[in-house]
Design a protein around this ligand. Structure first.
Ligand SMILES: *Cc1c(COP(=O)(O)O)cnc(C)c1O
Length: 351
């Protein structure tokens, strides 16, 4: 059973943020606020940055808004079930598979798109399921990447993850492993030098941390990300665009610049998926597109992530950057591309 982690005391204003949103939450989705994240909230409150404190709290504190299920929301918003080869293995794109290693997390993000899987009902993948998965990747050489996700793989005892990675390596010695986790923000302290050494031994391996706000990069989190880089483990982040958290080009700019300076490539900015009870987090498409256009002006190619949406029903990731720029395309034919740039001038590429 999951129990909430110890929480910090109330902020300087005397209010206790744990009980600020006591409204009835219809969902059985667990609440768990990891100590490292609680410290970030406390630090934001103590520094008087109420906006940042709220942005962090919103992500982990249940709110009455979760009780509202809108007609467009689905328990499997990405349609992953239609691409499952085994209950925990999604093979949607030809050359890469997604493994749901566990349903558990270190902390529970209220906007989770896999909340029906991640409600704590599913533990770490069993030996039998691991055998099945390894047999499948061994028999399908067109697969050259495996995303190990969940839940959060780092919520499991590390020896279990190590055993899983060993079996994957046994099945496919050069398969690229992507470790998708929120642990660098929620529990940076768990990445000890010994664990980093173990992770490094499984290269090729990338770490894909989920990071949404610049104030999630406290000193412990920065140290953790830097340790990956120092260990020679490449890192690409992903971010979810969230109302009341980071739906502001200034905040996102700061986040993506800070990440780049730490050696982390901002990979994806995701439109929030249509999971039940997450409407209070969704940013209207038009606003998202306009935020991304701002980012494109402010950030270098290195710092700018792809803006994408996972199409409901199993359509996969679609680049929203295309939708943001469609107005700029005057014509695109076999041998001619005509673009109206933001400076108002028209440019032609002819072959
Ligand atoms: C996102 C995702 C991937 C990885 O896609 P990339 O574009 O390579 O990041 C693979 N499989 C599934 C099912 C996914 O949702």
């Amino acid at each position: 059973m999951l129990t909430p982690c110890p929480l910090p005391s109330s902020g300087p204003n005397g209010r206790d943020w744990r009980t600020e949103n006591p409204g009835k939450v219809q969902s059985s989705f667990p609440c768990r606020i990891p100590p490292a994240f609680a410290s970030l909230i406390a630090a934001a409150e103590n520094s008087g940055d109420a906006g940042a404190a709220d942005a962090l709290k919103r992500q982990v504190c249940p709110s009455p808004g979760e009780g509202l299920i809108t007609g467009n929301e689905r328990s499997d918003p990405l349609g992953e079930a239609s691409h499952c080869v085994f209950p925990r293995l999604v093979h949607q794109y030809k050359n890469r598979v997604l493994l749901l290693s566990t349903g558990r997390c270190i902390g529970y993000c209220r906007y989770c798109f896999r909340r029906s899987f991640g409600a704590g009902n599913y533990g770490f993948i069993s030996d039998e399921e691991t055998e099945q998965v390894c047999g499948y990747i061994a028999g399908n050489p067109e697969i050259d990447e495996i995303l190990v996700s969940g839940g959060d793989p780092m919520s499991a005892p590390f020896r279990k993850l190590e055993a899983l990675f060993s079996k994957i390596r046994g099945a496919r010695p050069s398969l690229l492993i992507r470790l998708c986790t929120r642990a660098p923000v929620f529990a940076p302290e768990i990445f000890t030098p010994k664990k980093l050494k173990t992770l490094k031994s499984f290269r090729p391996l990338w770490i894909i941390p989920h990071i949404n706000h610049p104030e999630e990069l406290g000193s412990a989190q920065r140290k953790c990300l830097s340790a990956f880089i120092d260990a020679g483990i490449p890192v690409q982040s992903q971010t979810v665009l969230l109302q009341g958290v980071n739906d502001d080009s200034g905040i996102l700019c700061r986040l993506f610049k800070d990440l780049t300076c730490l050696g982390v490539k901002p990979g994806y900015l995701f439109q929030c998926d249509l999971a039940p009870g997450t409407s209070c987090f969704r940013v209207p498409l038009k606003k998202g597109l306009s935020i991304w256009k701002e980012l494109r002006k402010e950030l270098s190619g290195l710092s700018l992530p792809s803006f994408a949406v996972d199409l409901p029903g199993g359509g996969g990731k679609f680049p929203l950057s295309v939708a943001a720029l469609v107005e700029n395309i005057v014509s695109c034919t076999n041998n001619e591309l005509i673009i109206r740039c933001d400076d108002g001038k028209v440019y032609t590429y002819l072959i």
